[in-house]
Ligand binder design. Structure first.
Ligand code: TMP
Length: 206
């Protein structure tokens, strides 16, 4: 496939969504064809699943059911947007992706890591990012930034979110070629420049 697939990942309050959107605009200004999507979301199914997974209080969802719902949303996202855009040669920027399932439902929720990794990758036909920007932030700092009311995931215990953060860092150590880890406690504008510089470098060498 001719395009270039970039994902942003990070714990709650890392600022990844705002960085991802800013990057999309910055690349468009430089003449790149950019498709920006978020996971879960960006398809009708994804939006509905997002509502069930994040904005319901009374629905009980087991960790495995939760993982499969996130994965189902991602299958739709890949088929509707990611794969076609990559085929057209676009830069695809996605706010969260497979690594979030690994960090949240795997490391946070306690599902078997190797099994979940295999399942999650097979489900999306191996459409994986070439570059993943992990905005790392200590749990306490991240939570000081998020607004209330908190959604279903944000309401989980601090220990869960700590495991999520450590999970992301483990994933990054396992695939150092794909991941770039940035310190998300840095000022927004500093991070924007770091992200843009490294993405432009990757785009010219690919
Ligand atoms: P956000 O994209 O606004 O950060 O919200 C997505 C929430 O869903 C966030 O709490 C992380 C969580 N999530 C998972 O638990 N598993 C997943 O696979 C994905 C994509 C997100």
């Amino acid at each position: 496939m001719g395009g270039f697939f970039i994902t942003f990942e990070g714990p709650e309050g890392s600022g990844k969504s705002s960085q991802a959107k800013w990057l999309a605009q910055a690349l468009r200004r430089r003449g790149h064809q950019v498709v920006f999507v978020r996971d879960p979301g960006s398809t009708v199914l994804g939006q509905r699943l997002r509502r069930v997974l994040l904005h319901t209080r009374r629905v009980r969802i087991s960790p495995l059911a939760e993982a499969l719902l996130f994965i189902a949303g991602r299958i739709q996202l890949v088929e509707e947007h990611v794969r076609p855009a990559l085929r057209r040669g676009c830069v695809v920027i996605c706010d969260r992706f497979h690594d979030s399932t690994m960090a949240y439902q795997g490391y946070g929720g306690g599902l078997d890591i190797a099994w979940l990794n295999q399942l999650g990758r097979r489900a999306i036909g191996g459409v994986m990012p070439r570059l993943t920007i992990l905005l790392d932030v200590p749990t306490r700092v991240g939570f000081s930034r998020i607004r209330s009311p908190r959604d279903r995931m944000e309401q989980k215990a601090r220990a869960f979110h700590h495991a999520v953060r450590q999970g992301f860092l483990k994933l990054a150590r396992r695939e150092p070629k794909r991941f770039i880890v940035l310190d998300a406690t840095e000022p927004k504008s500093v991070l924007q420049q770091q992200v843009l510089t490294l993405v432009l470098r990757k785009l010219t060498h690919h």
